[in-house]
Design a protein around this ligand. Sequence first.
Ligand code: HEC
Length: 141
Amino acid sequence: MRNNLFLLSIGIMSLTLSLKLVAQTDHPMHLGIFTTEQANRGEAAYRSNCASCHANDLRGNSNSPGLVGMSFLFLWEQRPLAELFNTMRVEMPTDRPGSLSTATYLDLLAFILQQNGYPAGDNGLSATIGDVPSILIVAPP
Ligand code: HEC
């Protein structure tokens, strides 16, 4: 009986693992949820509105958090992409929060995702992303 339970739990564990792998490859963030045009516009907006604090390479400094790589994932992995977008839109830049247009915040999000290694695709990010709590941030492919 004990043995059977053990085998059963191994079975469930490997099933969850393979489901996870499937979920990873099919994850919306791996399929291209922003366009290259958005990311390019986002780069320009980033240079003029964000780089002064988060640095040109997005790695931040002692006062402002990095927006790429391990520090980004450490803070954001498994949290909704919607939350990242809404935080940025409401709180950034800290010296004039919410002062940019929604389109510009979308471009900035596209640029940050691109710099983190997520692929661009044919479909652009739209403002509805802020209302979709189900897309959780996963590591780039
Ligand atoms: C005047 C400095 C300053 C500017 C300009 C600025 N930020 Fe920030 N940003 C910060 C600080 C400080 C934090 C962390 C504290 C906080 O969340 O308020 C932060 C946090 C963030 C976060 C959340 C990071 C995290 O992991 O918690 C994001 C995303 C972000 N900024 C994006 C941007 C974008 C995009 C712009 C340009 C529109 C921008 N910031 C402009 C200082 C700045």
